[in-house]
Structures are given as structure tokens and as C-alpha cells.
Design a protein around this ligand. Structure first.
Ligand SMILES: Nc1ncnc2c1ncn2[C@@H]1O[C@H](COP(=O)(O)OP(=O)(O)OP(=O)(O)O)[C@@H](O)[C@H]1O
Ligand SMILES: O=C(O)C1=C[C@@H](O)[C@@H](O)[C@H](O)C1
Ligand SMILES: [Mg+2]
Length: 186
């Protein structure tokens, strides 16, 4: 068990960056519990993310997401995988950083595209017919969204970069070492 760990470690990064996958493994390594914000939102709302978007649009989703983040900061300690858009704005980002260690899982859009283009539970990737958009459209739209979000992700205290070549084990090992270094030096 590593001593001096912050109460919460938040994993940020774009859709499909690997936050949920890395978060689960990291929690095992650090002997902490793991919580996936998207799963928590679905549990709280009693609906899937797709249903929340269908019924109330992105605004409704962001409202629930914001409430869940604030609630978890009050009630939960452990590793939290955020959603791809959870940092919302500077105010939310500052609040998250005040209440834990924020990590950026940096994964290039090209790698992300190979991973996410078949997942129907990410409404931002779907067209009006509910089908995953064409790869070219996705590439264009996701690149623009990533560019917009990057200045927020980049304010994370730690970054782990996934170039698509590293194994999951390597990524988790690198992140664990960065966290250990961070807690013993800051
Ligand atoms: N390091 C990795 N190597 C190979 N595949 C990976 C890696 N990390 C994640 N994946 C795969 O990529 C997909 C997306 O990963 P994951 O769901 O963890 O991303 P996420 O960042 O949590 O996305 P979201 O923001 O949409 O929740 C999954 O199918 C997962 O198995
Ligand atoms: O990048 C985003 O805005 C999102 C990412 C997912 O984790 C989910 O939170 C949802 O699909 C929205
Ligand atoms: Mg996830």
C-alpha cells in the first residue's frame, strides 16, 4: 500500500483514451477502489448515456454529470475515471484539482478512432439515424473537439502518453511510477 496517496485520483482524457481501462488496473496496483463516472451517471439516472442524450440532449447529460462529480467529491475516495467531456470548464477543472490528483491520459486521435468507431453508447459519435458516423466525419469532428478540450486536459498534474504501441501493463506501470514520484516530491 502506497502511503500519502491523494484522496482521489481522477483520470481525464478524450473518449476512448483508455481512462476506464487504465483506471481499473491502476486501482488494483494502488490498492484503492475504482469508480467509473459514466457508469455512476447511468446508475444514478437509471438510464444509459444514450437514453439521457436522446431524452434531454447534451445539456441534460452535462447537468447530471456535473452533479455526480460534485457528489463524488463529497462522498467518494479512490480512483475515478472521468468521462471525455467531464472537465467542462476552468471552474470545474479547478474544483477537481483542489480535491484530488488529476491525470491526463494522452492518446492520439488516430489511435482513438481505431478503438471507438463501433461503440454505440457514445452519442457524440452517432448520426441522426443512431449509427456511428463515417470515419472521415469522425476524424474531422473529433479532431476539432479534441483541440478545444486539450487546454483543459493539459492542466492535469500528471500526463501519461499512449502512442498506441505500449501495452496496457506498461502504461499502468508508468502511471504508477509517476504517481509514486509525485506523492513523494510534492
Ligand atoms: N492501452 C490500450 N490498449 C489497447 N486497447 C485499449 C487500451 N486502452 C483502452 N483500450 C480499448 O479502447 C476502448 C476504449 O477504452 P476505454 O473505454 O477505457 O476509454 P475511455 O477513455 O474510458 O472512454 P470514454 O471517455 O468514452 O469512457 C476499449 O475497447 C478498450 O478495451
Ligand atoms: O467526450 C464526451 O463528451 C463524452 C465521453 C464519454 O465518456 C461520455 O461521458 C459521454 O459519451 C460524453
Ligand atoms: Mg470510460
Amino acid at each position: 500500500m502506497i502511503s500519502n496517496l491523494p484522496d482521489r485520483i481522477f483520470l481525464s482524457g478524450f473518449m476512448g483514451a483508455g481512462k476506464s481501462t487504465i483506471g481499473r488496473e491502476l486501482a488494483g496496483k494502488l490498492e484503492r477502489t475504482f469508480l467509473d463516472l459514466d457508469d455512476y451517471i447511468e446508475h444514478k439516472a437509471g438510464k444509459s448515456i444514450s437514453e439521457i442524450f436522446e431524452e434531454g440532449g447534451e445539456d441534460a447529460f452535462r447537468k447530471i454529470e456535473r452533479e455526480c462529480i460534485l457528489e463524488l467529491i463529497r462522498t467518494y475516495e479512490g480512483i475515478i475515471a472521468l468521462g471525455g467531456g467531464s472537465l467542462h470548464n476552468q471552474h470545474m477543472l479547478d474544483h477537481i484539482k483542489l480535491n484530488g490528483l488529476l491525470v491526463f491520459i494522452e492518446t492520439p486521435i488516430s489511435v482513438i478512432l481505431d478503438r471507438i468507431d463501433k461503440d454505440l453508447n457514445r452519442p457524440l459519435l452517432l448520426n441522426e439515424e443512431g449509427k456511428v458516423k463515417e470515419r472521415e466525419t469522425l476524424e474531422r469532428e473529433l479532431s476539432a473537439l479534441y483541440k478545444k478540450r486539450l487546454p483543459l486536459y493539459q492542466q492535469s498534474e500528471l500526463t501519461v502518453s499512449d502512442d498506441g504501441e505500449k501495452t496496457l501493463e506498461t502504461l499502468v506501470e508508468q502511471l504508477t511510477n509517476k504517481i509514486k514520484y509525485h506523492v513523494s516530491h510534492y
